[in-house]
Write a protein that binds this ligand. Structure first.
Ligand SMILES: Cc1cc2nc3c(=O)[nH]c(=O)nc-3n(C[C@H](O)[C@H](O)[C@H](O)COP(=O)(O)OP(=O)(O)OC[C@H]3O[C@@H](n4cnc5c(N)ncnc54)[C@H](O)[C@@H]3O)c2cc1C
Length: 141
C-alpha cells in the first residue's frame, strides 16, 4: 500500500481540494472538494468521473490502485451549522435521552470543531451529570 490506511492526506490544488481520511475496518474516505460555484465539477457525482479526477493526482492514483469502492459517491453540500433541541416551548419532548455530538449540533467540518464539541459534552456530562430541569449547571466555558 502507498501508506498506512489511517494516513490523512489533504492537498489543495488550483481547482479543487483532494483528501483522503483513513477510518476503521480498513475503510478510507476519498474526497474531491471544488468550489460550490464551479459547475464543471457537478459531474464528479458519477463514480467514473470521481475516480478519473482523483487519478490526475499521483498520490491518489497510487491509492486507487489498491482500493475497492464500497459505496457510491455521496455529495456533501450545504455545510451549515445546525442545532437540535429536545425542548419545545420549555417542555422536554424526549426524557431519559442524553444527546451528545452531532445528534445535538453539527458545525461546518472544514473548521474542525465537531470532535471537540462531542468530547466536551461527554466530559461535561461525566463530571457534572446529565442536565435536569430546574437544576442549575456550573458554567464550563
Ligand atoms: C467529511 C467530514 C470531515 C470532518 N472533519 C472534522 C475535523 O477535521 N475535525 C473535527 O473535529 N470534526 C470533523 N468532522 C465532524 C466530526 O466527524 C463529527 O462532529 C463527529 O464525528 C461527531 O461524533 P458523533 O459521535 O456525534 O457521531 P459519529 O462520529 O457520526 O458517530 C455515530 C456512530 O453511530 C453509528 N450509528 C448510526 N446509526 C446507528 C444505529 N442505528 N445503530 C448503531 N450505530 C449507529 C455510526 O455508524 C457512527 O459510528 C468532520 C465530519 C465530516 C463528515
Amino acid at each position: 500500500m502507498p501508506g498506512l490506511p489511517v494516513t490523512r492526506t489533504v492537498i489543495a490544488l488550483d481547482e479543487f481540494l483532494a483528501g483522503k481520511w483513513g477510518a476503521d475496518n480498513a475503510a478510507v474516505q476519498l474526497v474531491v472538494a471544488p468550489l460550490a460555484a464551479d459547475r464543471r465539477f457537478r459531474a464528479v457525482r458519477d463514480p467514473r468521473v470521481f475516480t478519473a479526477v482523483l487519478r490526475t493526482v499521483p498520490v491518489y492514483a497510487a491509492w486507487l490502485d489498491v482500493m475497492d469502492p464500497i459505496t457510491d459517491v455521496f455529495p456533501m453540500a450545504g455545510l451549515h451549522n445546525t442545532m437540535r433541541r429536545l425542548v419545545v416551548d420549555g417542555r422536554p419532548v424526549a426524557t431519559g435521552l442524553l444527546a451528545i455530538g452531532d445528534s445535538v449540533c453539527t458545525t461546518n467540518p472544514t473548521l474542525g470543531r465537531g470532535l471537540a464539541l462531542a468530547r466536551l459534552a461527554v466530559m461535561r456530562h461525566t463530571l457534572f451529570g446529565a442536565p435536569r430541569p430546574g437544576r442549575p449547571r456550573p458554567r464550563t466555558g
